[in-house]
Write a protein of this length. Structure first.
Length: 258
């Protein structure tokens, strides 16, 4: 009898835990139909590209939810729980985020211009090409950020940590990337023409199909980089670049610097 009681207790605990980690279907329907959902349980919810402008989500639980490309213009997010949420490329202009918990969330490419961030928890938040309330761009935490298709032309990213950043199809023409750490970054099909990567760490970087016309790669670390199908490499400056297990545009491996 005691064994049965113990088994039932374990099952009930597990069921309770599952409920805590899933969202409420009723709350989700309420949000989509009315945009009024304070204190709602929306954990692990996919809200990708939804128009939630002027929505009331005060004290809502949005932990680990996908809010990338979502419109949250002038939304009420006071006290909302947004731990580990994906807010990349979200429109948060004029939103009220007072006392919100954004710990570990991704705000890369998000627009926070005019937003209220009083008493917000920003621990371990990804801030990369993020438009802050004062209108300035923030690149303070870019490691692993999602900058896919971003317009970074003529941007100064000197000595910035861009470890494993997704810059696929990004426009980095004329950008200053000197001494930056791009180890393991995705730069597939990106426009790097006239960009400055002098002394940058490009080891294990994926440069397949990228535009390298007049790109300054002098002194850069290209160990393990993949430049297959990259165009205009012959016009790039490779003086002093380290080539080892580096895949060239013609599909051959270059080990000249090993």
């Amino acid at each position: 009898m005691k064994l049965i009681d113990s088994t039932m207790l374990i099952i009930l605990i597990n069921l309770s835990a599952c409920q805590n980690f899933t969202f409420s279907q009723e709350d989700l329907r309420k949000l989509k139909s009315t945009k009024i959902c304070p204190e709602c349980n929306l954990r692990n919810t996919n809200l990708y590209k939804l128009d939630l402008s002027n929505a009331n989500l005060s004290k809502a639980n949005l932990t680990n939810s996908n809010l990338s490309d979502t419109v949250l213009w002038d939304a009420d997010l006071k006290g909302a729980i947004l731990i580990d949420a994906d807010l990349s490329n979200a429109n948060l202009q004029y939103s009220d985020l007072r006392k919100a918990n954004l710990k570990g969330s991704d705000l890369s490419q998000a627009d926070l211009s005019g937003a209220t961030l009083t008493d917000v928890n920003l621990d371990n938040v990804v801030l990369c090409h993020t438009n802050m309330p004062d209108g300035k761009r923030n690149y303070s935490n870019c490691s692993g950020a999602n900058l896919y298709n971003a317009n970074l032309t003529r941007t100064n990213l000197y000595n910035i940590n861009l470890f494993e950043v997704n810059l696929g199809r990004a426009d980095l023409s004329h950008a200053n990337m000197a001494r930056s750490n791009l180890k393991g970054a995705n730069l597939t099909a990106s426009n790097l023409s006239h960009a400055n990567f002098k002394n940058a760490n490009l080891s294990r970087t994926d440069l397949t199909g990228s535009n390298l016309n007049m790109t300054n790669l002098s002194g850069s670390n290209l160990i393990g980089a993949d430049m297959r199908k990259a165009i205009y490499l012959s016009n790039a400056n490779l003086h002093g670049a380290v080539l080892c297990h580096t895949w060239m545009p013609d599909g051959k491996e270059n080990n000249s610097g090993c």
